[in-house]
Design a protein around this ligand. Sequence first.
Ligand code: HEC
Ligand code: HEC
Ligand code: HEC
Length: 110
Amino acid sequence: MKQVVTALLLFAGMCLLAFPGTVLGQGPAEIDLKERFQVEGKKKAVIFPHRKHQGALSCASCHQDPQGGGALVVEFVKLTGTGNDFHKKFCWPCHVEMKVPRGKSCSTCH
Ligand code: HEC
Ligand code: HEC
Ligand code: HEC
């Protein structure tokens, strides 16, 4: 039994090294960021349209790894209030830069 488990783990590891994109996939189509980052507050949860962003941008726009997945380019430390790091360091700057219509309107995201 132990050998089977070891062999399976080895195989999974090799797949990961060879085809990270295939094994990890593209990630979820949508992500509830309030739940994911355990944000507390009264605003309606942001359901992030991940797939839509993948269609418009390269993975490296947001992920440290150019293949996507894993750590993001921003670490979220301040999670409360309108001065939170999602607004100030991640979502808003890019929406402004790329001129996303209503990119800073509360109802676009919340
Ligand atoms: C581009 C997307 C985006 C827009 C536009 C946006 N927010 Fe947010 N906001 C987020 C994300 C992401 C979080 C963190 C995750 C969550 O709370 O679901 C957040 C969190 C918050 C929080 C802290 C959490 C809480 O529930 O108290 C407040 C307050 C907030 N937003 C208010 C606003 C207000 C007011 C506006 C309009 C001026 C606005 N947001 C516009 C994405 C956005
Ligand atoms: C506009 C920003 C953005 C882009 C572009 C983007 N992602 Fe993501 N991605 C996120 C956010 C935000 C999360 C949720 C945060 C988390 O889970 O750490 C996430 C989560 C993921 C996850 C699940 C979490 C994990 O670490 O396994 C995978 C897999 C993933 N992304 C893959 C990709 C791939 C592949 C691409 C390019 C095809 C891509 N992403 C492009 C923002 C983005
Ligand atoms: C690196 C750039 C970038 C970042 C970071 C980014 N966005 Fe966007 N976002 C875009 C672009 C570009 C579009 C327009 C995509 C399109 O219309 O195809 C968009 C569109 C959207 C839309 C509208 C989708 C629709 O159905 O029209 C929402 C909602 C949104 N973003 C939420 C967020 C939230 C929440 C965050 C932060 C967690 C975020 N975005 C971070 C570039 C970004």
